[in-house]
Design a protein around this ligand. Structure first.
Ligand code: PEP
Ligand code: MG
Length: 838
């Protein structure tokens, strides 16, 4: 037994790791080396498992699993595995214990991947510290020696009782001083900044605590502060009492950011030097098109979070009035908008009435927050929860929450809702990230294009830009923020590039091109309702991908001949219970009706470890893309699948819907669903809908002949197929350029799948992004694909392209592409071929 609670309350600690014991001074981090986070020794590990150094209770320090504390006999023993390992975000760490769990000395607490730490962090040296204001002497201080797990490490004299060492809540009392701060540290209030807080207060005579999210921590205890789990941008209040209270708060002011502005939830993109004339800044295409104009940098001032002007009731009234003000503005704007814009504004109106957001704000008001702080806290918590989903589509909904936060804060600070921002003529607006309301507030008559440093191609602002016919690029990086106002620009949002100060001759050439493309777009849209008949008479079915009810009608206007992929996740995520059969039926039926009898392909839920649903307990997965995802989730919850299948079967007219299964790997998957589908249709007395399989795992592509024998159609999910074939995460920020679905390895798998479909005379469509890539389309046709499904906005252009192609020529091109050595070569081949055939 490691705890020896004798009369001097001494505590003996056993080595939690195998390795070499070092003095703290040798830790390559000044905070640990200077004992600012606590006193003790460090171990340079040779093992990969961390054990309890004594009996005690586990206190977990945030979500990143790289550090934990065992609280014993009045002392907190902090073990911080490696240096700067916070930034690994928990990758490579496997926690075996839960917060608050009682552990015995020697019990395994955590396993870690030593190689990963050595490769990705500055050091694996692990400080083993005793922390808190009252832990006594350490004996012996160190010894340059090797220890095995469980060997004696050091003893401490623990002053006082266990209760003393637990951070004591400072209750509001007369004379207490309070100041609100924002956490400015990129990785939150982790060990290093927490140690700096404690060090700042070391010589001051004041009881200081930090409070956030209804929890409180003694600001002299590194462990207690880390356990608050504060992240970058969070707001906390510091409460100080005693002789040096004012000095303590001033000292903290130097470390934290004052609250007063609503900081962006992420740090702004770093600025770079202004791009030289002629520079081509690449970005992601959010809305296609061309624009010639001048730079109009959007200086976005963050709204102020004002102080409380009255008591709780008065603050509540102010908040309600501000919310009502924004609602009034949005309602008026929605009435005067087209359908797409109205849908987005209505989504914003729903956020303003969301009971959970209002309830959280109410709780913050009850805790003494001002109207602004209460609204800010509630919205930021919700935005952070969405961000944590790791699903880009959901994370982008975060922007809507931030937008609503901003609008209400603006009204609270006295500005009118929806004030217009003036622009120069032919403005190409440059911004870090743009929110829908900011876009709508821009003077539309002078706005010709947009380019943002960050943002996603599927965000509402991108959809809005497309609906307004505004060419837009996103994720162009910090360079766009360095361009000065008035700089001549050309925005080529077809090629995904912003050209800074083009030479006069180049500009003239581009002006001609812009005019020609504008005319082409008008022609494409005019012919969008016509079939996509190729030169040799082959007709390609051009379908749309949908992820909401709202998109269906506009998809038809864009020329969609059906829906090749309804991503039903939109119905399931970000809610507290699964949608029931009636609710699902209603949504599918509305979409089916909007499609007016055209085929509707409903994909069963494609959720999983990276898209958690509170009503479906799912284990944490180290690698969600390879985990319980897609159909695997549905099969693990048969009731969920049965409900969805019944809802699809009930859509009328029967025969309009087909069922598509995501993330299939082999026939077992298909057979399991086939059985359930038969049961559902039999019990409803309706015909069995066609059942299709997504070819988005290499396994499914390789076994496509077997799958094709037992299903009614195949649909190639090129987004996942390329991620799994090339072993590159589709969300990876730096691999994005190399993750090209035109890689010959992916093309060979597509070839295999289309051959399997042809041999069984069933349709093989493509519904991943490849279907709307103009360089990919001739190859897909050449490989035998006769159905393409894509985002509605792409349809007119793609139909026009298809009308210029010939199946025989495409087949010859595809044959050569299959022999290429990489995606770059494939693209060069297609470009060259297109030029020669133009
Ligand atoms: C795909 O993987 O290509 C696909 C269409 O599915 P999602 O993008 O929804 O994963
Ligand atoms: Mg997929």
């Amino acid at each position: 037994m490691a705890v020896r609670a004798d009369r001097r309350a001494s505590l003996e600690l056993l080595a939690p790791l195998a390795g070499w014991v070092l003095p703290l001074a040798e830790v390559p981090d000044p905070v640990f080396a200077g004992a600012m986070a606590g006193d003790g020794v460090a171990i340079d590990p040779i093992g990969e498992s961390l054990h309890a150094p004594c009996d005690g209770v586990v206190v977990l320090l945030g979500e990143n699993r790289h550090a934990l504390t065992v609280r014993a006999n009045g002392v907190d023993v902090l073990m911080h595995v490696g240096i700067d390992t916070m930034k690994l975000g928990g990758a490579g760490f496997r926690m075996h214990v839960r917060d608050g769990e009682e552990v015995r000395a020697g019990q395994s607490l955590l396993e870690f991947d030593l190689d990963a730490i050595v490769n990705r962090a500055p050091s694996a040296i692990t400080p083993v510290l005793v922390t808190g204001p009252r832990c006594g002497l350490i004996i012996p201080r160190h010894g340059d020696r090797r220890v095995a797990v469980g060997d004696f490490l050091y003893a401490i004299e623990a002053a006082g009782s266990a209760n003393d060492a637990v951070p004591v809540a400072v209750l509001p009392a007369p004379g207490i001083m309070v100041r609100e701060f924002r956490v400015p540290f990129e990785h939150g209030l982790h060990a290093r900044p927490a140690a700096q807080v404690a060090a700042l207060l070391a010589n001051l005579d004041a009881e200081v605590s930090l409070r956030a999210r209804g929890r409180e921590a003694n600001a002299r205890s590194v462990v207690a502060m880390m356990a608050l789990g504060l992240r970058y941008g969070d707001v906390a209040s510091a409460h100080a009492l005693g002789h040096d209270a004012a000095a303590a708060l001033s000292a903290l002011e130097g470390l934290f950011e004052p609250v007063g502005t609503a900081a962006p939830i992420r740090k702004p993109a770093p600025r770079t030097a202004p791009p030289a004339p002629g520079t081509r800044v690449p970005g992601l295409v959010a809305a296609r098109g061309w624009a010639i104009g001048v730079a109009a940098p959007l200086v976005s001032t963050e709204p102020t979070i004002g102080p409380a002007l009255g008591d709780q009731a008065a603050e509540r009234t102010r908040l309600v009035a501000a919310i009502d003000g924004v609602k009034g503005f949005l309602n008026r704007a929605a009435d005067a908008s087209d359908e797409i814009r109205r849908t987005i504004l209505q989504a914003h109106l729903a956020i303003l009435s969301d009971p959970q957001l209002l309830g959280d704000a109410q709780a913050a008001l009850a805790g003494g927050a001002s109207a602004g702080l209460a609204w800010h806290t509630s919205l930021r918590n919700a935005a952070e929860a969405l961000q944590a989903l790791d699903d880009p589509r959901m994370a982008e909904r975060r922007a809507d929450l931030l937008d609503i936060e901003r609008q209400v804060l603006q009204v609270l600070s006295g500005a009118p809702a929806g004030a217009q921002v003036p622009l120069p003529e032919c403005a190409i607006v440059l911004a870090d990230e743009l929110l829908p309301s900011q876009l709508l507030a821009l003077e539309a008559a002078r706005l010709v294009g947009l380019c943002t440093a960050r943002g996603g191609a599927t965000s509402h602002v991108s959809i809005l830009a497309a609906s307004m016919g505004l060419p837009a690029l996103v994720a162009a990086g910090g360079a766009v923020l360095a361009i000065t106002a008035g700089t001549p620009l050309v925005l080529d949002a077809d090629a995904g590039v912003l050209i800074v100060e083009p030479k006069p001759a180049e500009r003239a050439r581009l002006e001609v091109l812009v005019a020609a493309r504008g005319a082409q777009r008008v022609r494409d849209e005019g012919a969008a309702q016509e079939p996509a008949m190729m030169l040799d008479g082959a007709v390609i079915d051009v379908y749309c991908n949908l992820a909401s009810v709202a998109e269906a009608a506009s998809a038809l206007r864009a020329g969609a001949e059906g829906c090749g992929l309804l991503r039903t996740e939109f119905l399931f995520l970000a809610r507290s219970r699964a949608p029931d059969e009636t609710e699902q039926l209603h949504q599918y039926q509305v979409i089916g009706d909007a499609l007016a009898g055209r085929p509707l392909t409903v994909r069963t839920l494609d959720a999983g470890g990276d898209k958690p649903m509170s009503y479906l307990p799912m284990p944490h997965e180290a690698n969600p893309a390879l985990g319980l995802r897609g159909l695997r989730t549905s099969l693990a919850h048969p009731e969920l699948l049965a409900t969805q299948l019944r809802a699809i079967c009930r859509v009328t007219p029967h025969g309009q819907c087909r069922v598509l299964l995501p993330m299939v790997t082999d026939l077992d998957d298909v057979r399991a669903v086939r059985e359930q589908l038969a049961t559902a249709s039999q019990s409803l007395g309706v015909p069995v809908p066609p059942l299709g399989v997504m070819i988005e795992t290499p396994a499914a592509a390789l076994l496509a002949d077997q799958l094709a024998a037992e299903c009614d159609f195949l649909s190639i999910g090129s987004n996942d197929l390329s991620q799994y074939t090339l072993a590159m995460d589709r969300l990876h920020p730096t691999l994005a350029e190399r993750l090209d679905a035109l890689h010959p390895a992916v093309l060979r798998l597509i070839d295999r799948a289309t051959r399997a479909g042809l041999a069984r005379r069933i349709e093989t469509s493509v519904c991943g992004n490849l279907a709307s890539d103009p360089e990919a389309v001739p190859l897909l046709i050449g490989l035998g694909v006769r159905e393409l499904s894509m985002a509605p906005a792409q349809i007119p252009r793609l139909k026009a392209l298809l009308r210029t192609l010939d199946t025989g020529a495409c087949a010859e091109l595809a044959r050569r592409a299959l022999e290429s050595v990489n995606a770059v070569q494939v693209r060069a081949l297609v470009r060259d071929w297109s030029k020669r055939n133009a």
